[in-house]
Design a protein around this ligand. Structure first.
Ligand SMILES: CC(C)(COP(=O)(O)OP(=O)(O)OC[C@H]1O[C@@H](n2cnc3c(N)ncnc32)[C@H](O)[C@@H]1OP(=O)(O)O)[C@@H](O)C(=O)NCCC(=O)NCCS
Length: 174
């Protein structure tokens, strides 16, 4: 099945996540290091499938989502990234930028490249004045990415009983 492309950067392609990605997503989300600061940590195949379905439907509804990420040079699946309404809940206003890469692809600047492109796409195509990101306070790698793309630290908030840090970028500040 030809998948919808959400976004292309110099080195990456984000495609709509489909069931074809399930095996790759299960491997990614069963890695303790990758999932250390994501939600409750590693996910079972049933949980992965649940979130895959949320991402797929979100793309159908809104034309963007947390998609499957491929490296152009190799064609390899390398993780997930993009944007979605916070917790896939489009009854609230926050749209968040997110990324989750397989370890072999860390420290190549991919999350930064992806986030910059997502932010640019968001402000061009969505009627929003700000985009958000949420991180576990201990996730220094992710914080570094947010700093590099110009996201501003807003403060700590409680999210599903866990403390997270909220970042925002304003349309007028890019
Ligand atoms: C967070 C994550 C997406 C970063 O992806 P990445 O492609 O490696 O990020 P980039 O290469 O664009 O940037 C990494 C930067 O962090 C820096 N970095 C790496 N480890 C670091 C650390 N422990 N503390 C601070 N900075 C660190 C790198 O030096 C690099 O900065 P530089 O470009 O100035 O040298 C990746 O580590 C990941 O997928 N982690 C697991 C999932 C996750 O936590 N997702 C975020 C949830 S909010």
């Amino acid at each position: 099945m030809e998948k919808a492309i959400f976004l292309e950067t110099e080195r990456l392609i984000i495609k709509q996540t489909t069931l074809e990605d399930l095996d790759n997503l299960c491997v990614l989300q069963s890695d303790n290091e990758v999932m250390k600061y994501v939600g409750k940590g590693v996910r079972t195949p049933a949980e992965v499938k649940h979130w895959l379905e949320q991402a797929f439907l979100h793309h159908q509804r809104h034309g963007f989502s947390f998609g499957s990420l491929f490296e152009k040079e190799s064609g390899n699946f390398i993780g997930q990234g993009g944007m979605m309404y916070f917790d896939y809940d489009d009854t609230q206003p926050d749209i968040e930028v997110g990324y989750r890469l397989s370890k072999n692809y860390w420290n190549k600047g991919y999350a930064t490249e992806l986030s910059k492109a997502s932010i640019a796409w968001g402000f061009k195509n969505l009627n929003v004045n700000k985009l958000t990101a949420f991180i576990n306070p201990e996730n220094e790698k992710s914080r570094r990415v947010l700093d590099k793309v110009g996201m501003n630290y807003i403060g700590k908030i409680k999210c599903f009983n866990t403390e997270v840090e909220r970042y925002e970028i304003d349309r007028n500040n890019i």
